[in-house]
Design a binder for this molecule. Structure first.
Ligand code: SF4
Length: 194
């Protein structure tokens, strides 16, 4: 990314709009009794797949230290929104699961208000905006060496409509994927174009 070039006015306008939208969402987040970091963790755990629900994956997703993430998880646990469980296949791995109260709160995510506002726009405009924002995110992740994350349908390891009986298949992890799995975000995601 060329940091020396002065961004054109419309690029600056997009950056300012993204920032202001973020502020609106964060203002709504405080009404739910969680701080923004706790909302980000809750939102991630509501959307990630079964390979990605660990403290380490969450730390990578948030680009935060394990210590910071641990404090956030402790707070969510004290509030009865998540629970930690040892992985049945490897007791050293801790899995993070939303409790019923956690799922109920995640369903009231203030981000839904933003999605509802987007739904009011023309479908083609929405699709174009989503492409622009996805490109911006990918560029920033590359520039900062961050893990991309993403869902199966944009991953090069995804094998849709697998012939072996699974709805879908992950060629990297050699695992079945349900329809819901294929729409969840994954720490192992590798973009199609990579
Ligand atoms: S196909 Fe890609 S995104 Fe989906 S589970 Fe496998 S590695 Fe993760």
């Amino acid at each position: 990314m060329d940091r020396s070039a002065d961004p054109p006015p419309e690029a600056r306008a997009i950056a300012e709009l993204v920032d202001r939208l973020g502020r609106v969402v964060r203002a709504g987040e405080h009404q739910g009794g969680l701080n923004p970091a706790q909302w980000e963790a809750l939102r991630y755990l509501a959307r990630c797949n079964r390979f990605s629900n660990t403290p380490g994956a969450l730390a990578r997703y948030l680009a935060a230290t394990k210590g910071t993430v641990s404090q956030t998880l402790n707070a969510l646990e004290r509030k009865g929104l998540i629970e930690r469980r040892p992985d049945p296949a490897s007791g050293r791995v801790v899995r993070l699961l939303l409790t019923r109260a956690g799922r109920a709160l995640a369903a009231k995510d203030p981000l839904i208000q933003l999605a509802t506002a987007a739904a009011g726009c023309d479908r083609r405009v929405r699709a174009a905006a989503a492409d622009v924002l996805a490109d911006m995110l990918a560029a920033l992740q590359r520039a900062n060496g961050l893990v991309p994350f993403g869902v199966c349908r944009t991953c090069r390891h995804f094998r849709p409509h697998a012939p072996n009986g699974a709805p879908h298949w992950c060629a990297l992890l050699d695992e079945r994927l349900s329809e819901a799995d294929s729409r969840s975000i994954c720490v192992e995601h590798s973009p199609l174009a990579a």
